[in-house]
Design a protein around this ligand. Structure first.
Ligand SMILES: Nc1ncnc2c1ncn2[C@@H]1O[C@H](COP(=O)(O)OP(=O)(O)OP(=O)(O)O)[C@@H](O)[C@H]1O
Ligand SMILES: [Mg+2]
Length: 484
């Protein structure tokens, strides 16, 4: 194994005369260059490399050894066993030295370098000593760099894996399953995506998932909240400026599009972009160019754009607040995130997820939730969606002991809008204010309830199960209600 600075060499050479010449050529650097083993054929070399993984740094390989396994084939086999080993080929003068193709084939097979042996009348050296020794040092350097790169690549991949785990989208409702499928499908390409959804539904999380599952995952993800930047600053934030381009521009500033180059930019609350800024964003999408303030000539950038809004952007277009051309450019793929109250049991999954998260954070045992408390949480309307749920669970974990009770949950300090439960007995809403015979009212209730349960279930049989019905009964009742 290569420790410290010593370079461990395996010499594959079948003529004693040349073995001596190789050893003599590197003698001057004997402290750093150590010929650990000498073998006379390819099979023996391969066996040694297989048996002693990571022992050798450099193989010095005679091209003309006798025996079956030699030349390019041997080089390939050695690299298969240990891709980090570097191979320097030595060949007889008889090879046409100007044969570019010969050398090229060696390198293509995986050799690091090659040299032609001195003629036999030069008994001391195999090759010009300085060149020979330097090429061994360089080969070793390359091995170290390649190992280092692999480590760095692994770390980078691990970082992405860790981020993906931390940004996992929880939920098994039909809407969430479909959303995850869409993310998988569109992440791979570079299409622009417009994410719509009410506040706290997970728009930024979805944008992260698209970025981390796409080709640009090792590059930057740059989120920008278009609503939080004053209108007169948005251009300089997005596109940057050159030093001296206006009073106060004391240094050149990189715009966020430049920072995100090769990565992804997330335009959050995109509806808040001013009309002049919209024109500039359109220009980036159309031409891949940004105009930096104070710079003559534009600059190319390559960014993927994911935008998000909690407004209806089509309405914004109709009312003249958002450019239609930009809308179509951003909205190549629309992803709509449904409110949490329409995701059924996902509420419980998310509660469980955040209970675990916060109890690990506080280093306490994960509390259990009493069935009655679950019911309340499940019936709540969650106007602030997942963000609100996360905060509620955090408060519960901070306030409660092992068991979360209905009383804990109903505390207005915990569930601020406890009144806002999904009350199915809201009769005015159900029957448009009329008082109907019980039978008709029941029918309305069934119709709505069946539709609701089906919308949050993955299949008919799953909905039937939730309703406590046999699938055949569920089907028959749907038919009676005119749903099927
Ligand atoms: N499906 C989910 N699984 C796990 N965590 C989620 C999920 N959806 C949202 N969250 C978490 O809820 C919080 C709010 O999500 P996020 O910021 O992505 O929502 P948003 O739609 O961008 O909100 P806003 O409209 O307020 O900007 C974050 O902490 C996020 O990690
Ligand atoms: Mg957001």
């Amino acid at each position: 194994m290569s420790t410290s600075n010593v370079i461990t060499i395996l010499l594959v050479e079948d003529e004693d005369f040349d073995v001596c010449r190789v050893k003599n050529t590197i003698r001057l650097f004997a402290e750093r260059l150590h010929v650990a083993d000498v073998v006379s054929n390819g099979r023996a070399a391969l066996d040694l490399i297989q048996k002693k993984p990571d022992k050798y740094d450099v193989v010095i390989l005679d091209y003309q050894i006798s025996g079956g396994l030699r030349g390019e084939e041997l080089i390939r086999k050695i690299k298969e066993v240990d891709p980090f080993i570097q191979i320097i080929v030595i060949t007889k003068m008889t090879i046409n030295v100007s044969d570019y193709e010969f050398a090229n084939n060696l390198l293509k097979a995986g050799a690091f370098w090659y040299c032609t042996k001195y003629p036999g009348n030069i008994e001391e050296y195999i090759y010009q000593p300085t060149d020979f020794i330097l090429s061994i040092f360089n080969a070793f350097e390359k091995k170290m760099l390649e190992k280092h790169k692999l480590k760095a690549d692994r770390r980078l991949m691990q970082n992405v894996e860790n981020l993906l785990e931390a940004k996992k989208l929880i939920g098994e409702s039909k809407a969430m399953v479909q959303l995850r499928e869409a993310i998988e499908k569109y992440a791979k390409s570079d299409v622009n995506i417009l994410i719509s959804g009410a506040s706290g539904t997970g728009k930024e999380l979805v944008a992260w998932n698209i970025h981390l599952k796409g080709k640009r995952r090792y590059e930057k993800f740059v989120p920008i909240n278009c609503g939080s930047i004053p209108h007169d600053l948005i251009e300089s934030e997005l596109f940057g400026y050159e030093k001296g381009s206006f009073t106060g521009a004391n240094a050149t500033k990189q715009g966020l599009f430049e920072v995100a180059n090769n990565g992804t930019i997330f335009l959050d609350e995109v509806a808040e972009l001013s009309l002049p800024a919209q024109v500039k964003v359109l220009r980036v999408i159309q031409d891949g160019e940004i105009e930096k303030i104070g710079r003559t000539g534009s600059m190319s950038v390559n960014v993927r754009i994911i935008a998000a809004t909690n407004k209806n952007l089509a309405t914004e277009v109709n009312e003249g607040r958002f450019r239609e051309d930009l809308y179509y450019r951003l909205n190549v793929v629309p992803l709509d995130i449904v409110p949490l109250r329409q995701r059924g049991d996902d509420i419980l999954l998310l509660i469980d997820h955040f209970l675990e998260y916060f109890s690990i954070d506080l280093d306490i045992a994960k509390p259990t939730v009493e069935p009655k408390a679950r019911e309340i949480l499940l019936a709540y309307k969650w106007p602030g969606n997942v963000r609100e749920l996360r905060n509620v669970v955090q408060r519960l974990v901070l306030n409660c002991t092992e068991k979360i009770t209905a009383k804990d949950v109903s505390n207005p300090m915990i569930l601020h809008n406890h009144i806002l439960t999904k009350d199915e007995s809201n009769f005015e809403d159900m029957a448009s204010g009329q008082v109907l015979p019980l039978r008709d009212m029941e029918r309305i209730f069934r119709l709505r309830y069946f539709k609701y349960v089906r919308s949050i279930s993955s299949s008919d049989s799953n909905a039937a199960e939730k309703l406590g019905l046999a699938p055949s009964n569920f089907y028959r009742m749907c038919k009676e209600l005119g749903i099927k």
